[in-house]
Design a protein around this ligand. Structure first.
Ligand code: ZN
Length: 361
């Protein structure tokens, strides 16, 4: 029998626990993966600090890449693009698995489909241990979207594909045609800078990023932003009104989760404007919307949580084509070994890098 290490999170304020557990036999249609690299996402930090609740003990980490160890014979042996899968292949997979025949899945929302399971969010039970990124192994269930990765894609870049990159690909899908559009992005974390890069690639006319952190705003410029706004030193609504006096901006993305940001975003939009809200995946106060403004300006608000298979494919395609054009390799600012996961979380909270990485030997 094979055994593997995992890091158990037992609740906010408690030390992470290193455990060694048996890797169970695969069930029909499952794939066993040896995790190679995991990046700590903002929502992992929210759970770690108690801003978000998960059933404990849990194996955190859902931005993962790994190599195939074993494919159970009832699996099709193909990835989502119908490419053949074999042991040793480097792969990424969707943050969720769900029943593809359920009605929400068929309506393009598999991330909310029946029998939903989310990697890096599940409780450790007597039977199930290996379902997160902070572990040596991960067992992939049927209903998981899997994509084979190019050999030259660094694991530091590939790890973010199955959460932040694909989520932004979903936000871009909701925004529609971005050619010649003026865009404002709130939040210069991993989601915001990726969004800037994708808007640039989609031929937006003017891409701006708003945050309160000067270092992050500087980074946003290297990810395709034309201009940045630091809310500590400027009045955004006034500045945009001066810059675009006739019709405001076309699309605002909220990657920050801040109610104030969502409210100011609504004020910046011109006729036909779109607001795409992605960041608020934790409790906030209610946001005030001026209905007359929304109606008269024909404004649309769309919310997005996670992503669907189409977004996952376009997220990976974007990274394949653009990981060298924008400095995605620099997003992982520090790396730790799996055994030092606690140091990695503490570093991430103290220094607020775009990402910290966990190397899994
Ligand atoms: Zn995430």
């Amino acid at each position: 029998m094979r055994t593997g290490k995992l890091i158990a999170f037992n609740g906010p304020g408690k030390s992470l626990e290193i455990r060694t557990e048996l890797v169970r036999k695969l069930l029909p249609g499952e794939i066993l993966v040896k995790n190679q690299f995991t990046t700590i996402c903002g929502s992992d930090l929210h759970t770690y600090t108690g801003l978000r609740k998960e059933p404990c003990p849990v194996v955190l980490g859902h931005e993962i890449v790994g190599t195939i160890v074993e494919i159970e014979r009832q699996h099709s042996g193909r990835d989502y693009n119908s490419e053949k899968l074999e042991p040793g292949d480097l792969i990424t997979w969707t943050i969720f698995s769900s029943d593809p025949t359920s009605s929400l899945s068929r309506d393009g929302m598999p991330q909310k489909g029946d029998n939903l399971f989310k990697y890096g969010h599940a409780q450790i039970t007597e039977r199930e241990h290996f379902h997160g990124g902070l572990a040596e192994y991960c067992i992939l269930r049927p209903g998981t979207g899997i994509l084979k990765l190019p050999k030259d894609l660094p694991p530091q870049v590939a790890a973010t594909v199955n959460c932040s990159i694909s989520t932004v690909a979903g936000a871009i899908r909701l925004a529609g045609n971005l050619r010649d559009k003026k865009v404002v992005i709130f939040g210069a974390g991993m989601l915001g800078i990726t969004c800037a890069a994708m808007c640039r690639v989609k031929s937006a006319k003017w891409v701006s990023v708003v945050d309160m952190d000067t270092d992050r705003l500087t980074k946003a410029m290297s990810f395709g932003a034309d201009q940045t706004f630091n809310l500590n030193v400027c009045n955004l609504v006034e500045e945009i009104a001066t810059k675009f006096p006739t019709n405001g901006v076309d699309v605002v993305f909220d990657m920050s989760g801040s109610p104030e940001a969502m409210e100011s975003g609504m004020e910046l939009l011109g006729i036909g404007g779109k607001a795409i809200w992605v960041g608020a995946v934790f409790g906030t106060r209610k946001v005030q919307v001026n209905p007359e403004n929304l109606i008269r300006k024909l404004i649309t608000i769309r919310g997005l949580h996670n992503y669907n298979f189409e977004d996952f494919v376009s997220g990976l395609n974007f990274i394949k084509r653009n990981w060298k054009r924008f400095p995605f390799e620099s997003a992982v600012e520090k790396e730790f070994d799996l055994e030092d996961a606690e140091k990695a979380f503490d570093y991430a909270l103290r220094n607020k890098p775009l990402r910290v990485g966990i190397r899994i030997k």
